[in-house]
Design a protein around this ligand. Structure first.
Ligand code: 4GX
Length: 160
């Protein structure tokens, strides 16, 4: 994309506090820490190219941070931009209730514990007894244990 076109678009939306994020496979890989840091910014401008990226001269002038959503190739940065918006907006007050942010995956470097709904017996499989007990302290302990167990099994890299 041409630098003058991008620069005009930038000038039309920027203010002194605006932070410009460029979505690119060359950026640092998005994780929950980066999401949390970005959610504290007062103004984000997300820039993305399609097919070939953007003229380097305007990037050098306006980009503060380059962010990738992972090591695979997309046709454009639109979906990465949507991923960033989705993950960051969860931290904006009123989007979610605070509890669901506290307990979720990655906030403590652990995966989320398994969820069970109804019915109590599905195809012969029962909901774990402790969850039906109404004993909130035991339930909390069970969930923490499960989180650790699942993380060890599925994502041991998170524990290092
Ligand atoms: N995480 N793409 C950006 C255009 C492009 C090419 C070169 C900068 C330099 C991607 C990703 C991603 C494909 C979006 C290429 N931009 N973006 N596009 N993975 O693969 O963010």
């Amino acid at each position: 994309m041409r630098p003058d076109v991008v620069y005009n678009a930038y000038k039309s939306v920027k203010d002194e506090k605006a932070k410009v994020i460029y979505m690119s496979p060359q950026g640092k890989t998005l994780n929950q820490k980066i999401v949390e840091d970005l959610s504290k910014e007062s103004h984000l401008i997300i820039l993305c190219g399609h097919y070939e990226g953007i003229d380097q001269r305007v990037l050098d002038k306006i980009v503060d941070e380059e962010v990738s959503i992972g090591d695979y190739v997309l046709t454009g940065g639109e979906i990465p931009a949507m991923v960033l918006i989705d993950t960051v907006s969860r931290y904006i007050e009123g989007v979610l209730n605070q509890d669901s942010i506290q307990e979720e995956s990655f906030s403590n470097n652990l995966l989320e514990y398994p969820q069970y709904t109804r019915p109590e017996i599905f195809e012969g499989e029962k909901v774990p007894e402790v969850l039906l007990s109404g004993h909130h302290e035991n339930i909390k302990k069970w969930r923490t244990e499960k989180s650790i167990e699942m993380t060890k099994k599925k994502r041991p890299d998170l524990l290092k």
